[in-house]
Write a protein that binds this ligand. Structure first.
Ligand code: SF4
Ligand code: SF4
Length: 68
């Protein structure tokens, strides 16, 4: 399954992906990214690859396909 990952482009502010994910597989880590924000990540085991998070994310490149 080609799941998506959240990169350091994420500003960790809007929380839209977490709110909309139908299987609640987007997690917020206690570790911070290069922006000094909590790192968001996607649990690839539970992700159903629906693509909704990609469509609603306002930041280009914050969520990408795994192979990219
Ligand atoms: S692709 Fe769908 S299931 Fe996977 S993290 Fe995004 S919203 Fe959740
Ligand atoms: S929707 Fe995009 S910018 Fe907002 S928290 Fe999720 S990955 Fe970050």
């Amino acid at each position: 399954m080609a799941y998506k990952i959240v990169t350091d482009n994420c500003l960790s502010l809007c929380n839209g992906c977490v709110d909309i994910c139908p299987v609640a597989c987007i997690k917020i880590d206690t570790e911070v990214n290069i922006n000094g924000k909590n790192q968001y990540w996607i649990d690839s085991i539970d992700c159903i690859d629906c693509g909704i998070c990609l469509k609603i994310c306002p930041v280009v490149g914050a969520i990408v396909a795994e192979e990219k």
